[in-house]
Design a binder for this molecule. Structure first.
Ligand code: AMP
Ligand code: MG
Length: 469
């Protein structure tokens, strides 16, 4: 096919050159494509046939230099003034078919000046994990970065054991993070902070004032975290550097879907105190947004007291917006039938009975049609659930509407692990089948029963996810 020229813009690097270090990806002499997102490639104006062949060097960053982005961040509550892309590069921005810009970004592309002690690399398993989790989230209608491709590098990555290396090509409406603003603020250069905010406004919230920028991020994050909660998604590492200004889910590390409903659920092996537990996610999002407000403060008003009171007022709306979105979403999951008390009673029953979150809502539509058995059989307390179903059915739930919002197929932990283990060993079949299930999550399909079933008990009891990916 010869040369194809792809025009990538560099708006970020032009807007805030102090936060963009020009850098080259590590050489990958023999790239081997593991998975390619053809529909996404087409939406970006990239030819899938070319990406599969002559375009592989482009997909691992070997055609042109990219930039490592600087950012700071609170990790588990502790502040690091300089994190940045230690093993990632922004190749540039592309125009999506919707007319908006997208970042094309690599993860696992080698050490950068931000790598500190890290090797700059990524293993096949965790990159396939990000691919499947992010594409599942997208199919669930939840704002997220997307995955374009995973390419095996042929290099060995040393973790607890030697692992095959890979580069993930991901796409985002931007990589601006709460931590990007913390970095800019921390430099003490008011002009840099202003340029970064102007860039974020132009990119995501055109025409907004600085205060409106903050208000829109608050609204986007309240809506996002409510959507996570409504599908049982646990991000796992909601550090401020892993929270976007766009309101997209980003950085799929130790994330997982909750099985049995329990607000205290934590899967991440390093989250010893449960800071990022399922039920803590709204409060942590609000905490992170307070850090964003602190960073933006000089832009809100010249008078500091005035700036603080504007920020506090805006932040105070988070809780109400989150609660509204969460309750509306739960009512939709219940077919439009259910008040706060009914929802509370249901969650208490699900918690006490260790009921699988996804299965319950999926099975409940049969109860709306008259067959309560599939849902009630998930409970030990039959009297409790029978009473609840009776109260709920009296409100005339809409079963068809339920089937449109309650997924059947989510990337369950045991399925993900199985697909990654096979993928790392060179067999991509299980990953392809899992993707087929979770990228069309609504409506039961014959032959896919395996992908709708909860994990075996002994698997769930000990499951852990890892950050050091
Ligand atoms: P994360 O927890 O993945 O969001 O990463 C936190 C920080 O650690 C970011 O600055 C990453 O770029 C950096 N980092 C993570 N893994 C590596 C690695 N293998 N090599 C270099 N930097 C890394
Ligand atoms: Mg990160």
């Amino acid at each position: 096919m010869g040369t194809v020229s792809i025009s990538l813009s560099s708006d970020f690097a032009r807007a805030v050159p102090e936060m963009a270090v020009s850098w080259e990806a590590a050489r990958v002499p023999q790239p081997a494509l593991l998975v390619l997102n053809e529909p996404l490639a087409k939406e970006l104006g990239l030819d899938p046939a070319w990406l599969r062949s002559d375009g592989l060097p482009f997909l691992v960053g070997n055609e042109a230099p990219g930039v490592a982005q600087a950012y700071a961040g609170h990790q588990f509550g502790g502040y690091s003034p300089r994190l940045g892309d230690g093993r990632a590069l922004l190749l540039g921005e592309l125009t999506h078919a919707d007319g908006h810009l997208r970042d094309l970004h690599l993860k696992g592309s080698g050490r950068t000046p931000f790598a500190r002690g890290g090797d700059g690399l990524a293993a096949v398993g965790p990159m396939l994990r990000e691919y499947v989790l992010s594409e599942a989230m997208h199919a669930l209608g939840i704002p997220t970065t997307r995955s374009l491709a995973v390419v095996a590098t042929g290099a060995v990555v040393h973790r607890e054991t030697p692992l095959p290396g890979a580069v993930l090509a991901r796409v985002a409406s931007s990589h601006l993070r709460v931590g990007s603003f913390q970095y800019a603020r921390n430099t003490g250069d008011p002009d840099l902070l202003r340029r970064l905010a102007d860039h974020a406004i132009a990119r995501h919230y055109p025409g907004s004032t600085y205060l409106e920028l903050f208000e829109q991020v608050v609204a986007a994050q309240a809506a996002l975290v409510a959507q996570w909660m409504l599908v049982g998604f646990i991000h796992g590492v909601m550090n401020t550097d892993n929270m976007t200004i766009s309101g997209e889910t980003i950085d799929y590390g130790p994330c997982a879907f909750m099985e049995a409903y329990d607000p205290a659920t934590v899967y991440s092996s390093i989250d010893h105190r449960g800071r990022y537990a399922y039920g803590n996610q709204p409060i942590i999002a609000e905490w992170n947004l307070a850090r964003l407000a602190e960073a933006l403060l000089p832009l809100f008003a010249d008078d500091e007291d005035r700036a603080v009171s504007l920020a506090v007022e805006a932040l105070r709306t988070f809780e109400g917006q989150f609660e509204r979105a969460w309750l509306d979403g739960l009512q939709a999951k219940l077919g439009g039938a259910g008040d706060v008390q009914l929802v509370k009673d249901l969650l208490a029953l699900m918690h006490a009975n260790h009921v699988d979150f996804t299965s319950f809502f999926h099975r409940l539509s049969a109860a709306a049609r008259g067959d309560a058995e599939p849902a009630r059989s998930l409970f030990l307390d039959l009297a409790g659930i029978d009473d609840w179903i009776g109260r709920w059915r009296a409100l005339a739930p809409d079963a068809d509407a339920m089937d449109r919002v309650n997924p059947v197929y989510v990337p369950r932990n045991h399925l993900v692990e199985e697909a990654l283990a096979a993928g790392s060993a060179g067999d991509l079949g299980p990953l392809e089948r899992l993707l087929e299930a979770v990228t069309a999550p609504y409506g039961e399909r014959p032959g896919l029963e395996y992908f709708a079933a909860p994990a075996p008990q002994d698997f769930s009891a000990t499951y852990q996810t890892f950050c050091g990916t």
